[in-house]
Design a protein around this ligand. Structure first.
Ligand code: FES
Length: 134
């Protein structure tokens, strides 16, 4: 049974993942560059941040998997546009809303209400930065 705090957060769509300070990333020519050496959350496996603002149409979730890959998704659940969190230990993403839709790392829906999948973004490493193609 979820805690009262957990239920309240779900109703409000509050995620565990926190936004990354804008001075640690930039947007140029449809690509986001994240300064990995300045982001402690991404230096650890299962760490995550999201990017919002700086002209982005939609927030972007960036995280490091437990098997050491960087992944990025448009941070918007296809059911009701709530944000998503990675779920450590389960290799899935979960919507922060009460519907708690779950998705695999390809973005395919595994469970939950609504239709559609998450939009995954290509990622590359370049000169110590993580580059996300929007
Ligand atoms: S908004 Fe994600 S399950 Fe409803």
């Amino acid at each position: 049974m979820p805690s009262l705090t957990g239920l309240f957060k779900s109703i409000l769509g509050i995620c565990e993942t926190k936004p990354l300070s804008p001075d640690m990333w930039s947007v140029e020519d449809g690509k986001v560059r994240v300064k990995l050496d300045q982001v402690p959350e991404l230096s650890q496996k299962a760490g995550a941040v999201y990017l919002k603002g700086q002209g982005l149409d939609k927030p972007v979730l960036v995280f490091r998997t437990e098997d050491d890959q960087y992944l990025a998704f448009v941070n918007s659940c296809p059911h009701g546009k709530r944000k998503i969190d990675p779920v450590p230990g389960e290799s899935v993403l979960r919507c922060c809303s009460v519907g708690h839709s779950k998705f695999d790392y390809e973005g395919n829906k595994l469970s939950g209400p609504g239709k559609g999948s998450l939009t995954r973004c290509a990622v590359d490493l370049s000169d110590g930065d993580l580059v996300v193609t929007l």
